[in-house]
Design a protein around this ligand. Structure first.
Ligand code: 5GP
Ligand code: MG
Length: 175
């Protein structure tokens, strides 16, 4: 079965498209005449990143990092580790971190600190989803998609135990 049995559609495909277009407009305007490096956090952001860059009106370089956080499947533990780093040169670049969801903020914070040491011109964060109720550390989200309540969501790149990344909409799993 493709769709989870117990689910509630939280954000439709059309709503996602609308927000992706808005974020792409904001980024295209702010980075006019620039060539930012977009860093997607695997695996969750791959769908969002691929839609986002196709809506941009500026050229970008794309790279990925993979960050693992150990703990229960639905909860990020404080233990965050980068398991695949960047190949691209970060020094003197304008970097935009592209995140599927900022939840506790720990994974994004880890990446910001890592990138800062490499001497970029600027670092900004673009997140499709923001779950502020569970934040453990303040993260500046420069390009924010949709604020969601404290629910575990899947679809559009986000998984539960590696399933549901392929759904074109975002839904909340029931406990
Ligand atoms: P953090 O808690 O560090 O902000 O989030 C780290 C990662 O946990 C996110 O990039 C995402 O992959 C995963 N995550 C956080 N909240 C959810 C959620 O509601 N659903 C899914 N599928 N993953 C989540
Ligand atoms: Mg995950």
């Amino acid at each position: 079965m493709k769709h989870p049995q117990q689910h509630e559609v939280l954000i439709t495909k059309e709503d996602i498209e609308k927000h992706v277009r808005r974020l792409a407009e904001e980024i295209s305007r702010d980075y006019r005449d620039k060539y930012p490096l977009m860093v997607g956090i695997l695996k969750g952001s791959f769908v969002f990143l691929s839609d986002l860059i196709r809506s941009l009106e500026i050229p970008v370089e794309v790279d990925f990092v993979r960050i693992c956080s150990y703990g229960h499947r639905k909860v990020t533990s404080g233990n965050v580790k980068m398991v695949q780093g960047l190949r691209s040169k970060v020094k003197d670049r304008d970097v935009i971190i592209v995140d599927d969801i900022v939840d506790t903020g720990l994974a994004t914070n880890h990446l910001i600190n890592h990138l800062r040491k490499k001497g970029p011109t600027s670092i900004k964060v673009c997140a499709l989803l923001d779950k502020p109720s569970r934040r453990k550390i303040t993260i500046p989200i420069d390009y924010r998609g949709i604020v969601i309540p404290d629910k575990f969501v899947v679809g559009y790149g986000l998984d539960y135990d590696e399933r549901y990344r392929d759904l074109p909409y975002i839904c909340a799993l029931e406990d």
